[in-house]
Design a protein around this ligand. Structure first.
Ligand code: NAD
Length: 413
C-alpha cells in the first residue's frame, strides 16, 4: 500500500518541488494533481466449487490532456485506491516524459492470484473488464499488464472487449505476439535501462567498457539490462535475486547466467561467483548500481553504505526520498525510475500504434524507435538538470509536468 501523502514519497515530493521551480500557480498545480475519474467495482464470479464470491477492483484515470489514459492492471492482495491513484499519477508524468501521446491511468484487483485456479482467474478478469467497459476504449483508456498480470490475462481482456465492440486489439497492450503484441516488448524495459545507463556514462565521464555494474533483481528488467549492458562492454560484477547474490570482481559470464536463469527461474545454484547477501551487494564499490527488484531497496538504514557513482533506478521507487537526499549530499547521482524504466510503456505505445495501423513493424524498427525516444528523453532531462542545477528526478518531473501543463492550458484555458 502506498503512503500517498507522505513527503517521504519521492513522487509526491518531486511533484511539489518541480511545480515550485516551474512557478506554476497553486490552483493549476492542484488541478493537475487531481485524478479525472476513479472507478471502484465489485467483481462477482463463480468459484470452481459453484459458490459465488466477489472481490473489489479499481480503475483510476489520472489525466488525459495529452492522449488516452494508459497504465497497467495489477492483481495483488494489497491493492487499494490510494496505491492505484498514486501509480496512475506517475503514469501521466512517465508518458509525458518520453513524449508519447498518452495520459496516465492504473487499475487493480485486490486478490492474491495464487489463491485462485486458472479458470477462476479467467472469470474474475473477464468480469472486471466488463465492469470497467463504460470508461475504457482504444482511444479512451488502454490497460496493460502489471504486477501478477500477464499476456494471457491481456488476451482475455481483449477477447471480452472484442465480443462487445468488434475486433479491437488496441484495447490493451502486452498481448501475445499472435494476438497483436509487439516484437521487442519483453526486452523493452531492460533495453531502455541499458540505453539510459549508456547515456549517463557519457555525462558522468564513465567509460562503458571499463564500467563496473551491480544489479539487484534478475527478473525481466534486471536480466535484460544485464544482457544489453554486457553487450555494450560493461563488466557486471554482481547480480542478485530473492535467493541472494553472486559476486565476481572479474565480471560474471552474463550470457550463461541469463540462460541458466531462464531455465531455472533463479540464479541460485549457478556455479560462478562468490555468494553474497542482497545487503552486501548494495554496498559493493562500482560505477553503476542498478536496483531492479523492489521499492525502497535503498533506504535510511543502508544508504550510508552505498558505494557507487550513479544509481540507475530500474525498479519503481527503489530509493526512498530520505535516502535520495543523503545521496545528493554525497554527490551520488540518481537516474530516476520515471525515466529509466519508461522503455516498457514506450514499446506498449508502439504496440498500440501497430494495432491501430494493422501493420507489423520489425524488431529492428521497434528497437531503433525505442532508442530514439529514450535518448531524447534523457537529453531533455539532462539539459534542465544543468540549467536549473537540480537532481535528475526533479528535472524529469519538470519536463513531464511542463508538457502536461502546456497542453492543459491550451485545452482548458
Ligand atoms: P520480475 O518479477 O520479473 O523480477 C523481479 C526480480 O527481483 C526477481 O529476480 C526476484 O527474484 C527479485 N527480487 C524480489 N525480491 C527481492 C529481494 N528482496 N531482493 C533481491 N531481489 C529480489 O519483475 P520485473 O518485471 O523485472 O520488475 C522489476 C521492477 O521493475 C519492479 O519494481 C517493477 O515494478 C519495475 N518495472 C517493470 C517494468 C516491466 O516492463 N517489467 C516496467 C516498469 C517498471
Amino acid at each position: 500500500m502506498s503512503n500517498n501523502t507522505s513527503s517521504h514519497n519521492p513522487t509526491v515530493a518531486a511533484y511539489k518541488r518541480a511545480v515550485e521551480i516551474l512557478g506554476m500557480k497553486p490552483n493549476i498545480a492542484n488541478a493537475l494533481e487531481m485524478p479525472d475519474r476513479e472507478l471502484t467495482v465489485e467483481v462477482p464470479f463463480k468459484m470452481d466449487n459453484g459458490e459465488i464470491n466477489s472481490v473489489v477492483g479499481y480503475r483510476v484515470q489520472h489525466n488525459n490532456t495529452r492522449g488516452p489514459f494508459k497504465g497497467g492492471i495489477r492483481y495483488h492482495q494489497h491493492v487499494d485506491i490510494e496505491e492505484v491513484r498514486s501509480l496512475a499519477t506517475l503514469m501521466t508524468w512517465k508518458t509525458s516524459l518520453v513524449n508519447i501521446p498518452y495520459g496516465g491511468g492504473k487499475g487493480g484487483i485486490a486478490i492474491n492470484p495464487l489463491n485462485y485456479s486458472k479458470n477462476e482467474l479467467e472469470r474474475i478478469s473477464r468480469r472486471f473488464f466488463r465492469s470497467i467497459d463504460p470508461i475504457i476504449g482504444p482511444n479512451i483508456d488502454i490497460p496493460a499488464p502489471d504486477v501478477n498480470t500477464n499476456a494471457q490475462i491481456m488476451s482475455w481482456f481483449m477477447d471480452e472487449y472484442s465480443q462487445r465492440h468488434g475486433y479491437t486489439p488496441a484495447i490493451v497492450t502486452g498481448k501475445p505476439i499472435e494476438l497483436g503484441g509487439s516484437l521487442g516488448r519483453e526486452e523493452a524495459t531492460g533495453r531502455g535501462t541499458a540505453i539510459i545507463t549508456k547515456e549517463a556514462a557519457k555525462k558522468w565521464n564513465i567509460y562503458l567498457d571499463k564500467a563496473e555494474v551491480v544489479i539487484q533483481g534478475f527478473g525481466n528488467v534486471g536480466s535484460y539490462a544485464a544482457k544489453f549492458l554486457n553487450d555494450y562492454g560493461c563488466k557486471i560484477i554482481a547480480v542478485s535475486d530473492v535467493s541472494g547474490g553472486l559476486y565476481d570482481p572479474n565480471g560474471l559470464d552474463i550470457n550463461s547466467l541469463f540462460a541458466y536463469n531462464k531455465k531455472h527461474k533463479t540464479i541460485d545454484g549457478y556455479n560462478q561467483g562468490k555468494k553474497i547477501t542482497n545487503d552486501e551487494l548494495l554496498s559493493l564499490k562500482c560505477d553503476f548500481l542498478i536496483p531492479a527488484a523492489l521499492g525502497s531497496a535503498i533506504n535510511s538504514k543502508n544508504v550510508h553504505s552505498v558505494n557507487c557513482k550513479v544509481i540507475i533506478e530500474a525498479a519503481n521507487g527503489p530509493v526512498t526520498g530520505g535516502a535520495a537526499d543523503k545521496l545528493w549530499e554525497r554527490k551520488i547521482a540518481i537516474i530516476p525510475d520515471i525515466l529509466t524504466n519508461a522503455g516498457g510503456v514506450t514499446v506498449s505505445y508502439f504496440e498500440w500504434v501497430q494495432n491501430l495501423q494493422q501493420f507489423k513493424w520489425t524488431e529492428e524498427d521497434v528497437n531503433n524507435k525505442l532508442q530514439d525516444k529514450m535518448i531524447n528523453a534523457f537529453e531533455d532531462v539532462y539539459s534542465v538538470k544543468i540549467d536549473k542545477k537540480v537532481p535528475m528526478r526533479i528535472a524529469s518531473f519538470m519536463v513531464a509536468i511542463d508538457r502536461v501543463h502546456q497542453s492543459y492550458m491550451l485545452r482548458e484555458g
